[in-house]
Design a protein around this ligand. Structure first.
Ligand code: UDP
Length: 480
């Protein structure tokens, strides 16, 4: 504990919206329990973070912000590109971005040496943070913004390498030892596992997996009841110390707090609410692929055609790939006029939680990013799953095969940022299955039960609430 004898936790987010949003929510959870919390961030992200924290008026203690800067001139990318993955202008710079973030180690060590917090919660993509904290005797917790099923799957793939024993890229293989008979093909697992290449990303992810064992433990944004078999497997079979504290987004109780997570929305929230208020319950499909994916113009055209053919109303968040030479407009002829009353198109950033929680929304076409998946679960909205990359194919299995709260659009390949091509017909069919008929009703009632469980998990006496109490007690008992 710090010099006043109280527990003090530093949080170090990875600079991508899908990581910064949930770790801020997690910091709020600790602050709400009276723990002194500080977020560490870089100059470009600091205003965004402080706005989020100020606007959302954390219950309990105030959250502090400390800024660290990249040591120049050797940090690689120019500052506007090295501080948020979302702003990296081309695919080629993807790896350089990750490599650049490792330069934060030096200023982080300076900060830890000076302030000596009781614990450092650092994002999974900073495996070096474990050693950095250890230099000062500070325990490091790995912050995971993913499902436990994917954490287990990663470890099982590494241990047994079943993907090396299939004869073709599209032949399904069973992930040994993993509960639930999960089968994937080589093309659906993360590139770094498939290729075994000797590049920075492969080495980084090897270290990430190792750091689960080397760190004090792991905190995961999930709740026990959602993935109980995997939660047990991870702790008991793989032997990793883990605390399941989610869904952390549920710490935002006030509607104001829900508008302002992450970036400023590209639509006026009240206009968005007014549009939704004019629709019947469960009649709108929300279509969004997170903060990093950007589609080609021709893929966007397929989505437009698929949504129109489904006949359902929609809110569609469009983010286009700026790298493309293809100047062709993505909108099919007459599309915007034809769908004027039926569809709301948001360019760039939507107030996602606000939309998902509205009773008019009955389905969510998602890339299965873990935050989006959990937000769909917490709001009780069944999903059309369209995984793109990262660990999203594992999350898709949890949604469609294990929990049966969604329908796959049929993606066959893992492709970073842009994803595999999906035809309009496949989207139309999957949207109809999630929005119409008996199967849709069954999925809806299953996910509503889970939404209830999610709420109970974070309330006093619930599983996530108790795990947080146990973690705070444990950290306090370390007493330094
Ligand atoms: N998000 C949002 N508006 C958007 C797109 C995303 O508020 O237009 C939020 C979303 O609610 C989620 C996060 O950004 O909390 C995206 O995280 P996720 O893990 O789903 O995907 P990633 O962006 O990491 O691929």
């Amino acid at each position: 504990n710090n010099e006043n004898g109280e527990l003090e936790i530093f949080f170090l987010p990875f600079m991508a919206h899908g990581h910064m949003i949930p770790i801020t929510d997690m910091a709020k959870l600790f602050a709400a329990r009276g723990v002194k919390t500080t977020m560490i961030t870089t100059p470009l992200n600091a205003p965004l973070l402080s706005k989020t924290i100020q606007r959302t008026k954390p219950v309990g203690r105030e959250i502090n912000i400390k800024v660290i800067e990249f040591p120049r001139p050797n940090s690689g990318l120019p500052p506007q590109w090295c501080e948020n993955l979302d702003s990296v202008p081309s695919q080629d710079l993807f790896m350089a971005f990750f490599e650049t973030t490792s330069h934060l180690r030096e200023p982080l060590e300076d900060l830890l040496g000076e302030h000596r917090p009781s614990c450092l919660v650092a994002d999974m993509f900073f495996p070096w943070a474990t050693e950095a904290a250890a230099k000062f005797g500070i325990p490091r917790l790995v912050f995971y913004v993913t499902s436990v099923i994917s954490l287990c799957a990663w470890q099982c793939l590494k241990l047994y390498e079943p993907h090396k024993r299939v004869s073709s890229d599209f032949e399904p293989f069973l992930i040994p030892d993993l509960p639930g008979e999960i089968r994937l093909t080589r093309m659906q697992i993360p590139e770094f596992v498939r290729q075994n290449a000797n590049n920075y990303m492969t080495q980084l992810l090897e270290k990430v997996i190792e750091s689960e064992f080397k760190s004090y433990g792991v905190v995961v944004n999930t709740f026990y009841e959602l993935e109980a078999d995997y939660a047990e497997h991870y702790r008991k079979v793989l032997g990793i110390k883990a605390w399941y504290l989610g869904p952390v987004s549920l710490c935002n109780k006030d509607p104001e707090e829900k508008y302002h997570r992450g970036k400023e929305a590209s639509i006026n929230e009240l206009d968005c609410l007014k549009w939704l208020d004019s629709k019947k319950p469960n009649s709108v499909v929300y279509v969004s692929f997170g903060s990093v994916a950007k589609f080609t113009a021709s893929q966007l055209t397929e989505i437009a055609l698929g949504l129109e053919a489904s006949g359902h109303q929609f809110i569609w968040v469009v983010r286009r790939n700026k790298e493309e030479n293809d100047k062709k407009d993505w909108v099919p002829e007459g599309f915007e006029q034809r769908v004027e009353d039926k569809g709301l198109i948001i360019r760039d950033w939507a107030p996602q939680m606000l939309i998902l929680e509205h009773e008019a929304v009955g389905g969510f076409v998602t890339h299965c990013g873990w935050n989006s998946t959990l937000e769909a679960v917490s709001s009780g909205v069944p999903m059309v799953t369209w995984p793109i990359s990262a660990e999203q194919f594992f999350n898709e299995k949890l949604v469609t095969q294990i929990l049966k709260i969604g329908v796959g659009v049929g993606v066959r390949k893992w492709v970073r940022f842009v994803g595999d091509r999906v035809e309009s017909k496949a989207l139309e069919k999957a949207v109809r299955r999630v929005m119409e008929g008996e199967e849709a009703e069954e999925m809806r009632s299953r996910i509503r039960r889970l939404a209830q469980m999610a709420k109970s998990a974070v309330e006093e006496g619930g599983s996530s609430y108790c795990e947080l109490s146990a973690l705070i007690k444990k950290l306090s008992s370390l007493g330094f």
